[in-house]
Design a protein around this ligand. Structure first.
Ligand code: ATP
Ligand code: MG
Length: 334
């Protein structure tokens, strides 16, 4: 039976990229499959330095963002990674399955390490092995993610296959990525060739889910564009990454196809289009940010939801870890 898992790092506040590329799909998938697990991956977040106060705040705010966006703790299991210890335990086993050469090819590691590869944490290098464990400790079959995570999901399959092969078992499933829609890769508002990211040092590069209407409008007004107007078909977006990005965002927010949007706005100047986009973004995001703020007034309630999620999750993860230990030849959890 299909089982969905996905996670987001509390490494900052949620962005429009996280919402369109991941969370929106999480919400629809919780009604399509019997079981869905959505996770605040705090163990991943600390692969780069996080101020402890910020980490705690961002973890609760991310939970609030999930719930405010429509993920129901009654339909889905909502968890914080560090509260379900089997993730890290299986992660260690996978550190011993994954190969250095595989990890060295990961573009996210290369991007995040930059020129400083000797001085990043060992955790940042091992990130994809822990991510494989997050998924496989549930035997998840489907993982909705943005386009940037495709390579990590291929590695997850490589780890599952190598484990199954090395131990002569058919234990871990081959997980399918689910990468769909007009906004699987939302780009920075300052650079159409760079992904929008919550950890980008420039706040102007992204729309945060908690930005108010004025801030959203200002960021969109200042978003980088080229001097031409909008084309009336997709071919006209060729070689115009910034224009393409704004049109994709419009299409994803309004749940229309890019073709359909262009047939309406083709010919407009950005001076006309940007206010339309800003109004649409505010209309879609402000109910969510309002609800997030309301939920954040009661952090104890968020903690209760996460505690309940952790105990539901462990009913799945504990037997899978136990079986893994048996396969590997370990005495097993005490
Ligand atoms: P960080 O900068 O700390 O890596 P992030 O914004 O990339 O943060 P993640 O927590 O790494 O967010 O990713 C969470 C989910 O959001 C993943 O499924 C990822 O593919 C998706 N995602 C992240 N950025 C974008 C984007 N710009 N467009 C579409 N999906 C995105
Ligand atoms: Mg990321």
């Amino acid at each position: 039976t299909p089982r969905v898992f996905s996670g987001i790092q509390p490494s900052g506040g949620l962005t429009l990229g996280n919402y369109l590329g991941a969370i929106k799909r999480f919400v629809t998938m919780q009604d399509e499959v019997a079981q869905s697990i959505y996770c605040m991956v705090d163990l991943h977040a600390i692969t780069v330095w996080q101020d402890p106060k910020d980490l705690l705040h961002n973890t609760r705010e991310l939970a609030a963002g999930f719930i405010a966006s429509g993920i129901s703790p009654e339909k889905s299991i909502l968890i914080n990674q560090s509260q379900v210890p089997e993730h890290a335990q299986l992660g260690w086993i996978f550190n011993c399955v994954a190969r250095m050469g595989w990890m060295q090819r990961m573009t996210q590691f290369k991007d995040k390490a930059g020129k400083n590869a000797q001085n990043v944490s060992l955790g940042l290098f091992g990130y994809p092995a822990l991510m494989a464990a997050d998924i496989l400790v549930y035997h998840a079959t489907h993982v909705p993610v943005g386009e940037d995570q495709k390579q990590h999901l291929e590695l997850t399959r490589d780890i599952a296959a190598k484990f199954n092969h090395d131990y002569g078992v058919d234990f871990f499933p081959m997980t399918e990525p689910v990468i769909e829609g007009a906004a699987t890769r939302v780009m920075s508002l300052r650079d159409g060739c760079k992904k929008m990211s919550k950890s980008d040092p420039s706040d102007a590069s992204r729309i945060n889910m908690t930005d108010d209407a004025d801030v959203i409008s200002k960021k969109i007004r200042k978003a980088k564009t080229d001097p031409d107007g909008l084309p009336s078909d997709i071919d006209g977006l060729e070689g115009r990454p910034e224009a393409r990005n704004l049109v994709n965002i419009f299409a994803a927010l309004s749940e229309r196809s890019v073709e359909d949007v262009l047939s309406e706005v083709g010919g407009q100047q950005f001076g006309t289009f940007k206010p339309l986009l800003a109004d649409l973004a505010v209309a879609k995001l402000s109910p969510i940010s309002g609800e997030m703020a309301r939920l954040m007034d009661d952090p104890a309630e968020i903690d209760r939801i996460l505690a309940r999620g952790a105990s539901q999750a462990r009913e799945i993860t504990a037997p899978i870890l136990k079986k893994t230990y048996e396969i590997v030849g370990m005495v097993g959890p005490a």
